[in-house]
Ligand binder design. Sequence first.
Ligand code: NAD
Length: 260
Amino acid sequence: MLLKDKVAVISGAGSGIGQATALLLAKEGAKVATLDRTPAKSQQTVDQIKQAGGEAMMMVADISHWEQVQPSMDKIAESWGKIDIVFANAGINGVWAPLDELSPEEWKTTISINLDGTFYTLKYALPYLKKQGGSVVITSSVNGTRMFSNSGATAYASTKAAQVAFAKMTALELAKYKIRVNVICPGAITTEIDQNTEREDLEEAQEPVEFPEGEIPLTNGQPGTSEQVAQLVLFLVSDASSHITGTEVWIDGGQSLLQG
Ligand code: NAD
């Protein structure tokens, strides 16, 4: 088992990429703490881990509120003695709309969950990571890093670009504590995120671009799975990647190379 005796905190572990990663890291021996604002869904993740003989605990927190994140990290470290792995993954698409229709509140909601939330997740785990070193993985996206053709997704793409800068800044700052920070940039992955996206009047914002047929070259258009992303996260949090820090990895079947 690659992660025996490691303690992992996974935000957004109630669904999609976070859930698949929680199950995989637990299978590899990690004790997994879920950090999600939706208790019913994270309970399912915790139950599945326990049924498979693993250890898991559920923290209910909205990552855009530091007052909820800080006590969760303290409680995890208190219960299991340490934190080795942080997967800062929770995020929303938010409202995708032309700029003049996007309200300041809609903008702020996306920024505060995706960007402030990433900052709080790492900041409040940091006192514990510093004690023995560790590995942090942040979920960005192809949007804002290689793809700029999803007009209307301005707030989302801005947070995803900022997460890459955040990962590189912190990778350098924290290297002396033996803390690695990497960032993953998924393309289209089948999860629940699309059902939670609010799209408004996008025809107005979109450029009339015609993509070539087969949007994802490696799969002839089929999206990736959360389990495929989880395998990448496992690599990045395990000692198999012990010399890798400050790096983004795109996991998109070549989608962003075609659609940038
Ligand atoms: P999902 O909607 O299936 O799961 C997201 C989880 O995050 C849910 O359990 C939800 O309750 C939780 N969450 C949302 N806001 C939260 C908050 N404020 N506090 C705590 N928990 C919160 O989505 P997913 O597709 O698995 O997305 C995970 C990450 O992957 C996101 O950061 C997303 O931007 C990124 N991503 C997804 C895709 C894709 O195609 N699915 C592509 C690129 C990047």
